[in-house]
Design a protein around this ligand. Sequence first.
Ligand code: HAM
Length: 414
Amino acid sequence: MSSMRKIRGFSDIMGAEARKFRLMEETASTVFSRYGYDELRLPLLERTELFARSIGSDTDVVQKEMFTFPDRKGRYVTLRPEATAGAVRAYIENKLYAGQNLTKLFTVGPMFRYERPQKGRQRQFHQVNAEAFGSASPLLDAEMVLMLWTYLSELGLTNLTLQINSLGCRECQPEYARRLQEYLRDTEADDFCSDCSERRERNPLRLLDCKQTQCQELMHEAPSMLDCLCENCRPHFNTVLDNLQRMGIDYEVNSRLVRGLDYYQRTTFEVMSGEIGAQSSVAGGGRYDDLVRQLGGPDHPAIGFACGMERLSLLLDDPAPAETDFYVAILDGEGLPEGMRVCEGLRRNGLRGEMSYETASLKSQIRHADRIGARYCIFLGREELESGRLTVRDMGSGEQYNREAEALPEFLGR
Ligand code: HAM
């Protein structure tokens, strides 16, 4: 029996949850297209190397969380743990930059990370992603955050906080790493968790987002990236903040916000909710100005974000299911073909409803119409077949009318 059960950390999305997912997807498409974004659908499976080279081999995602396996020819492939790496690959491979300065894409779908499942954390989860390639302008950073904020507001989510930071560029990041290493020199390797003691020489930035209390305490007094920003990154960050302020978006600057992936530079941001427990980050993103070049493409800067749909779903009210307009109740077996014709005529006029495939008593048919929430129940018995006028019962008021089939779409229309 257990082999017929779903795999731990994977879920079936149905009912109200599926309606929330549809709402998130449709709102993304509507809002993002206003900002010039086009949809991109990416493969779920990519070569493992793509993720190792982009997300970074020192990150938790690559070291511990990827679903990686050899294909039938022994080549290693990975179920995508995020969408940015695939989007960059697609941008380069399809030369999406040809003939335009700016390429704006959004993508929605499942991601896979082998993490410990808990509320708001699954092994197969879903993201709404937006990525923009080709501009380093701080206005694009501000617009990206604004678009994310607009998306969340249109979903009706308000009680959220935005944290923002700058991680500097390839000029100033090495200086910050050097200062961090100097700071770390006074600490004992054993005082850190095993990951951090391994990463502290190679990739000291990663120590800033370790979740272990002992590491967080040791990093408490660590130097701030914001003190190391170069003469280009500082005004860039200030312009991002000025524009957010001008657009009425509240933010908190958090100089510890390094995010868990290696490709980030300059602006990084995260949106949190205090209402969904420990996994409080509902969206995160930032610039990855060097990634396109590092993966063999042109030297094009880029920025993006991703929202976790399961986490947004925890904050959304259940959307009401679509209303059912009618139910065609067949009281006489000979009425079945006519019932189907009536039903189809109504559906072709945009009305929503069902029919009974078998005859049943009047009482049980009315009960069924009630159960599916139909506004009207249409009866087809011997009398109706002979007269050509159907009995229509308004399920709200209980009043009954007689109408010809051809008049029904208008009668039932809203
Ligand atoms: P991320 O911070 O790893 O960034 O993930 C973005 C969001 O996905 C998180 O804020 C969270 O809501 C959701 N998420 C992550 N892991 C899980 C999980 N195991 N279960 C449920 N939800 C989860 C990225 O993925 C970057 N690619 C974002 C980005 C796009 N940066 C630039 N462009």
